[in-house]
Design a protein around this ligand. Structure first.
Ligand code: BTN
Length: 266
């Protein structure tokens, strides 16, 4: 098995700080939990917690995320951006874009982004992101950005068999996980630096290009509202613009999106 420790990953990195400090584990509860602990202890931005297996891997909306030994990437990135907390939701699509670009640069496989948190391939989920933020007063203390990417799985558990895919399932090939990880981190550092300097607006064209939602009918659950309609555009702030059945335009900055062909049962 190609271990995802620093010795194996460093040869694929051209970053200054992203992934230069890897906390590597064979088995832990959840990389997000450890990253948050290290964040509380003051670790620097760019730290990555990686585990080959997670016993309590978490997805969004209280869902479970399984990570079995050696066939996926399960990691959490520690970020400390000096931006207003209201701009933090943009980091999730920025991560999704970096995953898409890293995979495309290395393999030529073009994935899509199901805004804001998922990377999809062939209409199925390849990667999910769980971003957790800790504030200190009105400022961001840290963001623990958990990323799961399906790489070499040949099959999935029954409950997700119809909605999940891996690079191997799609292409029939086995991939070097360390190399994919390196390429994603390279793309991520570049994008993150640009985001800190210029905001999310400079990424909108790319986010639109890879979006699988534009033109689709969706249902979005917000804390106290449900919006149904057609996605017509993406705003300069990275929000999704939806035309509802009364023809009103609604802007959504984050939320859980249901598509008719995706996550049917969830
Ligand atoms: C989702 O799609 O619901 C988000 C899935 C996020 C999974 C990753 S795997 C690494 C990190 N550790 C966790 O417990 N969850 C995230």
């Amino acid at each position: 098995m190609d271990r995802l420790d620093y010795d194996n990953v460093k040869g694929f990195l051209n970053t200054k700080y992203m992934g230069r400090n890897i906390a590597y584990f064979d088995k832990i509860t959840s990389t997000n939990d450890i990253a948050k602990k290290l964040g509380d202890e003051g670790e620097k931005e760019g730290l990555i917690v990686i585990s080959e297996e997670q016993t309590k891997g978490r997805g969004r909306m209280g869902r479970k995320w399984s990570t079995h030994k050696g066939d996926a990437i399960a990691m959490t990135l520690l970020l400390r951006p000096n931006i207003p907390p209201k701009d933090a939701p943009s980091i999730t699509p920025l991560l999704a874009l970096s995953i898409v670009e890293g995979i495309k640069d290395l393999t030529g496989i073009e994935c899509g982004i199901k805004w804001p948190n998922d990377v999809v391939l062939d209409g199925k989920k390849l990667s999910g992101i769980l971003t957790e933020m800790k504030l200190s007063g009105a400022k961001i203390n840290y963001i623990a950005a958990g990323i799961g990417i399906n790489i070499n799985q040949s099959a999935f558990e029954d409950e997700i068999a119809d909605i999940a895919t891996s690079l191997k399932r799609f292409s029939g090939l086995d991939f070097n996980r360390a190399r994919i990880l390196g390429e994603i981190l390279n793309s991520l550092e570049k994008n993150y630096e640009e985001f800190k300097a210029n905001g999310i607006s400079v990424f909108i064209e790319k986010l639109k290009k890879y979006s699988v939602l534009i033109g689709q009918r969706v249902r979005i659950e917000l804390t106290n509202e449900k919006i149904e309609g057609k996605v017509v555009d993406m705003g300069e702030d990275g929000s999704l613009i939806i035309s509802n059945d009364n023809g009103e335009l609604k802007r959504v900055i984050s939320g859980e999106v249901s598509l008719s062909w995706y996550y049917k049962a969830k």
